[in-house]
Write a protein that binds this ligand. Sequence first.
Ligand code: PLP
Length: 469
Amino acid sequence: MRQQLAEWDQAGREQAAIRAAEQHLMQPWPAAEDIGAEARMYLEQAEGIMVEDGAGNRLIDGPAGMWCVNLGHRHEGIARVLYNQAMELSYCSPWYTMSKQAVELSQRLAAHAPGDLNHVFFTTGGSSAVETALRFMQFYNNVLGRPEKKRIVTRGGAYHGSTYLSASMNARPRDGDWMDQARDLVLHLSEPKPAPGLDAAGQRALTARLAQEFRDLIAREGAASIGAFVAEPVQASGGVVIAPEGYLREMRQICAEHDILYISDEVVTAFGRLGHVFASEAVFGIQPDMITFAKGVTAGYFPLGGVMISERLLERIRQSNHPEACFAHGLTYTSHPIGCAVALKVLDLLEAGDLERVRRLEPLFRARLESLRDLPIVKEVRSIGLMACVELATGKSDAASLAIEQKMGKRVDLHCQKLGLLVRPLINMCVISPPFIIDEAVIERMVAILREGILATIADLQAEGELPG
Ligand code: PLP
């Protein structure tokens, strides 16, 4: 042990860390060829919107960690709350106690949530929030005496988590290739992705087609077998896919007509990413039956998530013929007082100006990213709030070109890293979702680096003969 620490104290500790990681650290989403034997970028420090790698290079945190470090790194005020809460009440069991912080947070979230979503069940993150919402739907239908109403509708391009039931909703390319999913429980609809540049009439036609697809699915499978529809308001990890105008309202309406619970997965979009605490109603005009959230709720400082649940659903359970039925679901860290205290601080900060700041920066952020459209490999730029995706394509559709496209996001990211920007590469896409504390000058700098990174990738592809010179 002593020897290892000594090694880590030396100037070469990045190398030591890489060796240790390759021997002991299993990373998320590893490829089989280097599972358990892989190192990733080694970070030692971060401040504001910058992270610092092991060699001391400072990079703009383009993805805000994983869409979560929304108020920046090393936030003094949040750090104090963590410390103070740990000293005041570091933990209490949600089985038989409750903290002031959890109660106060539930009250404040209820005031922000749409309609009658006035209850919250706290979890440890996004997957456990989605898992909770789905298990709640199962319990609800069991108590109402319709145990067959359990199947869940998801959409192509969706990402809802990494626990078994939440992961069963994932429908991006390759999500289910090597992993089991509860396929008998899941029904699939198309990805709600408009073609680049689709005009208003085209958007309306697409919405009508996708709504009809849902109606056809219900007619075919039977509403009596379908318990829930789960949808991200904007498909985040699918590549910032913004559904066509009116689509979410249509889907909401269809769910209401068939007593199918609408679960809005706001793990990414809530807590300011779109300029509001919850985006479902404020941005998209819908009142879901449940809203799942995580990530931004603690701005990445503590693992916390939750589900907002409609009073109407709880009342139906309370009024059922099964007063003894138990929602046998809960986590040791449900309602964790430190997480709730941090979330209260984050809400204070969002309400005091950061929500407004996102709304103010949104047009500039979009305009600057859209300026990349003149580059020959930029196929589309999608942007809403402070989240955006630059989709890349070679313009050719032969197998070799498609194989190159699979790695294009990564190639751009590697160039951008050298220039001082972290990008989240996703197959042929680059996702950008910076901390809200970004300003106009850093947006300009970020987009300038992205442009340089894409130009360098074009130059590489030309040198390899993959693109015309
Ligand atoms: N739902 C959505 C929409 C997400 O984007 C994610 C994670 O990226 C999750 C759920 C899972 O959240 P977590 O990784 O906190 O379990």
